[in-house]
Structures are given as structure tokens and as C-alpha cells.
Design a protein around this ligand. Sequence first.
Ligand code: ADP
Length: 439
Amino acid sequence: MDFSVEGNVIYLISAAAGLIIFAVIGGLIWLVRSGKLKRVQLKDQTYALSANLKDEKLKSGFIINAIEDGVVTINNDQAITSFNPAAETITGWPAAEARGIPFGTVLKFVDSHGQPFPDEENPIVAAMQTAKTVRDSDIALVGKNDKSVSISIVISPLNEPGRTRNSGVVAVFRDITREKAEERQRDEFISTASHEMRTPIAAIEGYLALALNEKVTTIDANARNYLEKAHSATKHLGLLFQDLLTSSKAEDGRLQSYPTVLEMGEMLQQVTDDGRFNAEKKGLGLDYIFGSAEDVKTIRPLYYVFADQNRIREVLQNLIDNAIKYTMEGKITVRLTGDENTIQVQVNDTGQGISADDIPHLFQKFYRVDNSMTRSIGGTGLGLFICRKIVELYNGRIWVSSDMGKGSTFFINLPRVSREKAIKLQQEQAAHMSVLDVR
Ligand code: ADP
């Protein structure tokens, strides 16, 4: 072998290069394994992300400042953490003063009669306690200048990603003073108009009844047919004006109510007996059942409520009339059940049912489901609205559950009055009546 100097140098250089390559590859493998390289990449991504987040934050801050709705965030210590310019305009509080102080100092809510909300009814407190979204459109806010502004408000819990506990709430509200004033004007007009119209309509109805009375007039079959149609349309108009008047009274708290102790079992028995004729005329059954199917009680408990008899009768009649109206075959079942604190009335039918899209609107004024059936059945869309207003007047709740094609069940919950309380209230009422008698 020839070991020349040149050959040795070349050999040494290639050995060194091999070593360097080996060291670099080994180093890289070590870096990847030990996660150092990943960290370098992650660091880069984190920088990019935080830049993005900053961007997003800037963007959302910009949007919140631009919108016309007041947006206020409140932390779990009930302190205001952010306050957008629209909130400043609506409340009259500068953001710099509002931030950091208890929300109750800035967002002073009052009800439609100007009464402050007790803490347990405050919508912000409610949203915090229940961790659920709370909405209210019948509320006013007293601003810094003591001026009251009607608002519509939605308060939602703030769920930050990765946190188990809510970090407070966000309240979004808008000034609806103008809309409310317009609504009031409209209601006043409807109320006055329906009141004024009732008298002439009653007169027309009376004269038409006279014209149809064989003992009073002689008319041919054609004229009778026309007059009968006119009589039925006038009756419908009379009912519409009556409903309009009741609904506008219900809205501004002018609905007359003379509450007494009522036993719901007895009341339901009467109302179902009254409705049976109409149901049977349509070939429908109408049953009144006490308790649930599993109940095997032989002695029926007495379910007392404290409410105006005529108003409650109106609600029950309305639900039974609707069940008859919107059911083509099968039967209507009225059920009474309850527990210590609540009584529940259920009106179930085997009608065509109500779609999930319509259910949220059903108890609104003038809402009628738009389908071929309702188009052919007369109605005003005011009945369920009036029912809701009356039930709410007695601190109750009304709702519906429905299965398309199978039928619907309307539920009413009312606070139950204990037997002892019922007796006491009846005695008080009797004493009051005897005082009036003496006078
Ligand atoms: P009206 O019956 O005068 O139209 P209501 O306020 O009583 O007004 O009812 C509102 C709407 O709800 C009705 O138009 C009807 O579409 C629907 N509805 C009410 N009760 C029932 C029922 N039992 N089954 C199906 N639809 C119903």
C-alpha cells in the first residue's frame, strides 16, 4: 500500500466531514426527540396566534364600540368590567365612571309602573344565579339624569373556553322608548275604537235577530239566508271587539279582577259540561279526568286557587273551545292534577297539532297558525294571548306541547292555596261582605 502525504490528507478530511455529518444528524435526532425543535416551532405558532388574538380582540372591541346596542359586561363580583359608547348614551353614565363599580348603581331597573325590582327579580342577578340567558322587554332603566328609558334587554352568561365557571354576564340592551310610546298609542286607539264600536254592533245584531224572528217579520227563504249570514258575521265582529278590548285592558293592567277562593275540580266539571254540547255536535268526545292515569285515589283532594272566577272560566273555555275547533276527529281530555304548591290543568286533543316553529309565537297577540285548516276556521288570534295575560295575572304559567298529526296538550300551572288558607280567605271575604251589607 502506498501511504503518500496527499493520500493521508484526503483521508483525514473525509473522515472529519463524516464525523461532522454524523454529529449534525445525531444532534437533529436529539433535538426532535427531546422536543426542543417542536418548542421552537410552537413558539413561532404562539407568536402568530397571539398576534391573531390581538387582532381579533381589536376587531371585536371595534365592533362593540360601533353598535347601537348598549353592551355591558359584569364580573362575578357584580362589578362592571366594560361599558360601550351606546351604553353611555342610553344610561348617561361615562364609561370611565361606570367601569369597576357595582352594576346596580349604574343599571337601575324599574318595572313598567316605575317600581324598582327587588334583588331576586333583577334580570342580571337572575342570569348570574341561573347561568341562563334572561330576556325582558317590559323593563325600564333609570339613567344618571334620573330619566327613565324603556329598554329591551338580553343578559347571557359568559362562558370562556377552558373555564368551568362562568366569568360573569354580558348585558345587551336597546332603547325602545319610541316603540313603546307608539305601541301605547296603538293600544289606546284599539281600546277606544273597540269600546265605541260595541254599542252600534250590539244594535245591528239585535235588529238582525228581530228581522229573523218569525213572530215579528215575514221574509222569504232567500232573505232569511242572507240575514242569517249577516247575523253570524255581526256576532263574530262583536266577539272580535270584545277580545280586542279585553286584550288591551290586559296589557295595561286595567283588566278587572275580583279574586275569590275557587275549587278547580268543581270549576272544570262545570266548564267541561258546558263544552260537551259543542264537542258532540262535531262528533268529538269530551272527558274530564282527575289526576294522572296512575292515580288510584278514591277521595279527590280539593285544589283551591285564589283568582277571579270569570277570568279563569274564560281561560278554560278558550282552551276547550280551541281544542274543539282545531280537532276534526277523536276526543278532548281535560285533566286536573297537582302537588302541594301547584295545581295543573291539562287540555289534550287529538287534533292536527302545532308545529315547533309556531309554538314560540302562539301566545302572542294576533298570532294564528297559517294553514288550510285555520284559514277555514274563524278566529282572531287573541284568545291565547288573553289566556296568557290572565294566567300571569295570578302568577301562573301557560304552555303547550304538541305532536304534529297526533294532537296538542295545553298546560296551566297556578299556585295552589292550602285548605287552611282557603278557609281563612273565605272567612275574610264573608266578613267583608257582611260589612258591606250593614252599610
Ligand atoms: P284563534 O283561535 O282565535 O285564532 P287563539 O289565540 O285562541 O286564536 O289561537 C291562536 C292559534 O293557535 C290558532 O289560530 C290556531 O292556529 C292555534 N291553536 C290554538 N289551539 C290549538 C289547538 N288545540 N290545536 C291546534 N292549533 C291550535
